[in-house]
Every structure is written in C-alpha cells, then in structure tokens.
Design a protein around this ligand. Structure first.
Ligand SMILES: [Zn+2]
Ligand SMILES: [Zn+2]
Length: 185
C-alpha cells in the first residue's frame, strides 16, 4: 500500500500513514482551533491510530476535558508543532492536523464546523456542508465519506465507522469545540 507521509515544522518528527489515498478533511473554525493553530481554522483528518507510524521526539500533552475525558495531544518536542490528538471517548482514533501532511496542498476540505466563529473575511464555497457549531457526528461522518469525497482511503472509512459506532451513538454530543477529537471536549 502506498504511504502518505508528514511531519512537523523542523523535521524531527515524521510519520507515515497507511493510506491508499489522501483523505478528505474538515475544517473547524472554533475559537480553540483558532488559538491553537494561530490561524483562521484547523484542518483535520480521521485515522485509526494504528495506521500511524510516528518517529522522533514526540511529547505528549494531556488534559482533562470538562466532560471528564482525557485529551491527549502529540507535539514535536523540538519545534512544538502539533501532530495529532486522541480522546479517551474515542479510543484508537487519531485526529491528525492535516497540514502536517507532505502533500497538504492537494487536500480538499469537504465540511466546515463551528462556522459561527468563522473569520469574517473568509467566504466558504457553495455546496460544502457547514454547521454553526459542532456537527452531529453522523452528519459529519457522512460528509467525510460521501461519494463526492471520492477515493476515500479505506483506513479513514474504517476510522469513521469505528468512531461512530464506538462513542457517538452512546452519548449525546456536547456543544463546545471539536467534538471529533480536538481540545476541549
Ligand atoms: Zn519539530
Ligand atoms: Zn475546533
């Protein structure tokens, strides 16, 4: 299987993802993501954590979310680029910062969440699904896996299915940022 590769800003941390194609991404425009990225939004992908092979000085930053879950962030220990995170609510699913992919210029954003916090100068294209806050998981997963997000890597489809079946159906979504794995669940 071809490998998709990526890494941090300084090059000390590198990873390979066992994907057969570049994955579709979604953008989160919430304030947490704006602060954390220092930009207008964060661009993210789902992966099974087992599909990631990471090398280099990864530093783990963990915190407990308001709902009592553990959010685990992996950053480069040298340049502090954030590579991916996971959440105890969704074991074995990694949310990768899509722009760490080497071929990030080829990525497509197929959904936008938290658009009520979108930067005012940014105009989203017509026809792309958006949600004012976090998206219901099943809806966002549908957007990420629908046919127009063609050539969906099998591993991403697997992670999406696993995520949906593992956690989202068992508890209601909450209302703040990044329900699919980011910071402050
Ligand atoms: Zn680095
Ligand atoms: Zn966010």
């Amino acid at each position: 299987m071809p490998e998709i590769q990526g890494g941090c800003r300084c090059g000390a941390v590198r990873y390979k993802a066992a994907l057969d194609a570049l994955p579709p991404t979604y953008a989160c425009h919430c304030l947490d993501c704006q602060i954390w990225s220092g930009s207008a939004f964060s661009q993210q992908i789902f992966l099974p954590e087992a599909a990631l092979a990471v090398t280099g000085p990864v530093v783990v930053y963990e915190f407990t979310t308001p709902s009592g879950r553990t959010s685990t962030q992996r950053v480069c220990g040298v340049c502090h680029s954030r590579i991916y995170n996971s959440n105890s609510a969704r074991p074995k699913v990694a949310i990768v910062r899509a722009s760490t992919l080497d071929r990030s210029n080829e990525l497509r954003v197929v959904a936008h969440i938290w658009v009520k916090r979108k930067q005012h100068w940014l105009t989203l294209p017509d026809g792309v699904p958006t949600w004012p806050e976090s998206a219901p998981a099943t809806e966002l997963l549908r957007a990420l896996t629908q046919p127009r997000a063609r050539r969906l890597p099998r591993a991403v489809a697997h992670a999406a299915a696993r995520t949906a079946s593992h956690s989202f159906r068992r508890r209601p979504l909450q209302t703040n940022c990044c329900r699919l794995g980011l910071a402050r669940e």
